[in-house]
Design a protein around this ligand. Sequence first.
Ligand SMILES: NC(=O)C1=CN([C@@H]2O[C@H](COP(=O)(O)OP(=O)(O)OC[C@H]3O[C@@H](n4cnc5c(N)ncnc54)[C@H](OP(=O)(O)O)[C@@H]3O)[C@@H](O)[C@H]2O)[C@@H](O)CC1
Length: 314
Amino acid sequence: MSISYINQQKAKLIDLALFEFFSVETLVELAALACVSAIKKVYSTNTHPRILAIAGPGNNGADTLVASRHLKQSGYNIEIFYPKRNKKEMFQNYVEQNVQYEVPFLEQLPQQIESNYDLIIDGLFGFSFQPPIRKPFDTIINKIKHLSENVPVVSIDIGSGQDVEKGNLNNLGIEPETLISLTLPKEGSKFFTGKHHFLGGNFLTKSLAKRFDVNIPQFPHGEMKKTIIKANKQKKTIKQQNNKQTTKTTTIKQKQKTNNNTTNKQRNKQNNNKQTTIQKPKKNEQKNNNQKTINKETINNKKQKTKNKQQYNQ
Ligand SMILES: NC(=O)C1=CN([C@@H]2O[C@H](COP(=O)(O)OP(=O)(O)OC[C@H]3O[C@@H](n4cnc5c(N)ncnc54)[C@H](OP(=O)(O)O)[C@@H]3O)[C@@H](O)[C@H]2O)[C@@H](O)CC1
């Protein structure tokens, strides 16, 4: 069954509908845990121990605050920049929980992020973002955008500053390496160009799916769908490049065997490439195998037919 992409209005309505039988705290806790599970899959404590989490004023920021607490408990060295604090009790509790778990809050976006952090979590804005980006977030988003060339960025639900439905219009928003969509991917994520796209938040009921005319995604790995919901444009390119990729996979494997002196970071990058590259040719291999089977069957049928004909003629 195909994945449903939702627009901003539907995302808000589904969220409201979930509040009919979930507390906001429960949803945030589950969404955050799904994010943590995705982050751990790609960025381990060995390769990416130092994380900078940037939390926004809404529930996207709440997900980030809670995820930070879990990541700290999982052994990461995490720090939070939370420039516009939400005064609601729930948010104050999340801050206090982080304080209790000794997660530092930074007063300013730190200098030299490239050399001091291995990963940035972008939790500024989610599906309620309305362009244009207002101060002080314009400067922050701009800075992260430029850093993302050197430090991997994970965005929760939406790359902050991106249009929820149209994606990264005029390149104003953050283009993450990893995107973690929640409940269902938003329309803008069709244009996602990063490496990893996960889906978390197994929240939909049958009746909600019917009410909002969406398909319930399957979550074969518990709460997390290790989906690679790639941009349509990319899918086409992938199809065209399938044959080339089989060769690439072998090259990467050979390189990994010979290069024992790579740093952790380099090794991780290779593994990431390997992960993405290996997953794609499988389909192709499958196709080739199917093709081989069909060809074999046709030959066998032909042989059988000739035999039958010979027997009949005798
Ligand atoms: N069901 C699910 O999938 C679940 C989803 N969850 C999560 O909730 C997220 C949605 O949360 P949300 O609705 O609180 O909104 P969010 O995007 O965080 O931002 C709102 C804040 O941003 C501000 N703001 C907006 N535009 C701005 C601009 N241009 N420039 C500056 N500021 C701007 C806006 O300010 P205001 O306009 O109100 O002044 C407000 O303060 C969702 O993406 C997911 O991560 C889970 O927690 C639970 C289950």
